[in-house]
Design a protein around this ligand. Structure first.
Ligand code: PHE
Length: 352
């Protein structure tokens, strides 16, 4: 009995000092199976106590279990210690991938780029309209005459085509789209109402470039089709959206009569000048209002063209130039600046 107790004590002592020397998690695992598992010395001793009296067996059993527990606790502590040093090591070895590099042989840090103001505005528009449940839709930049004009109630020879002269290949053939309204048609053709989309993208027109015109620019289109949406809903959504886009809580809208072949009634939406609070300034040409968007209720003929029943469904569409929004918001006075890639201009939009 005393010999067995001594043996257990010996195992205990050697185990405890051995644990301190374990250096990795693999060793811990091994130690556990050889010293605490079924084939361990400790288990072997306990298997051979059959010659002892019942009370001796009990005593040894209890003692051995305590030893086992103590060894196991020590092992756990050692494991914890090893894990901690591992974490610390990982922490100190982490590479900061966000640190900018150095220009070769100059010691100067590399300059970080910024998101192009047009891309940043597109993202802002998308994020803003997402709040109102709008999904993003896309369409091709090279369109057929049907998607760009005919389906939008602008037949061949219609005078409204003059407003959007483009680079025709041949009438009724492919052309670079003149507006994002073509995405209205593509979306309605492929989706049943309810529809709520926003469609940003490039458009092309036959324009000579000057400070306000370019042969390529960006627009975004909005389209809502369901059984009840109306111009009041449009005005509410736009009011909220423009507050966020222009980061200005005091925005007011003004609705004017207009004409587009694909909307009826058609309207033009102005917003209060965000610079002078409607007192009149250079930016709004002393009018107090800034022209912003074309919009209207989708024409019943357009709905028919895409097999949507105008007696069951209705909705509104709106569209505007994205350059124009950036020009208003960031007081850019020449649209050509957006395409010239002049770093001095672009780096003023530090948005990342
Ligand atoms: N597509 C029109 C344009 O380019 C704008 C517009 C879109 C008008 C949707 C009404 C509805 O001028």
């Amino acid at each position: 009995m005393e010999k067995i107790k001594k043996d257990v004590e010996k195992i205990w002592k050697t185990s405890i000092s051995a644990i301190e020397t374990l250096e990795n998690l693999e060793d811990i695992k091994k130690f556990h199976s050889t010293n605490l598992g079924k084939n361990s010395d400790l288990s072997a001793i306990l298997r051979n106590i059959s010659k002892l009296t019942i009370s001796e067996r009990k005593e040894i059993g209890q003692f051995a279990n305590k030893v086992k527990e103590n060894i196991s606790n020590n092992l756990k502590q050692q494991e914890e210690k090893l894990r901690q040093t591992l974490y610390d090591k990982e922490d100190s070895e982490t590479i900061d991938t966000t640190i900018s590099g150095y220009k070769l042989n100059t010691g100067k840090t590399l300059s970080i780029g910024s998101i192009h103001p047009i891309s940043a505005m597109i993202k802002l528009i998308e994020d803003t309209f997402a709040v109102y449940g709008f999904e993003i839709a896309e369409g091709p930049e090279i369109e057929t005459d049907w998607f760009c004009f005919q389906a939008l109630n602008i037949p061949i020879g219609h005078p409204a085509r003059d407003m959007q002269d483009t680079f025709y290949i041949k009438e009724d053939e492919l052309l670079p789209r003149t507006h994002t309204s073509s995405v209205q048609i593509r979306t309605m053709q492929n989706n049943a109402p309810p529809i709520r989309i926003i469609a940003p993208g490039k458009v092309y027109r036959n324009e000579n470039s000057d400070s306000r015109h370019s042969f390529m620019f960006h627009q975004f289109e909005g389209l809502v089709i369901d059984d009840k949406s109306n111009l009041k809903d449009l005005s509410n959504i736009l009011q909220g959206a423009l507050k966020r886009i222009f980061d200005n809580e005091n925005i007011r809208l003004r609705i004017r009569n207009s004409y587009f072949p694909f909307t009826e009634p058609s309207i033009e939406i102005d917003c209060s000048c965000i610079f002078c609070d409607m007192k009149g300034c250079k930016i709004c040409s002393n009018k107090g209002w800034l022209e912003l968007l074309g919009a209207g209720m989708v024409h019943p003929q357009v709905l028919r063209n895409v097999n949507i029943d105008p007696n069951k469904y209705q909705g509104f569409a709106f569209g505007t130039g994205i350059e124009r929004l950036v020009m208003i918001k960031d007081r850019v006075d020449d649209t050509r600046l957006f395409y010239e890639n002049d770093i001095r201009f672009l780096s003023q939009f530090r948005n990342i």
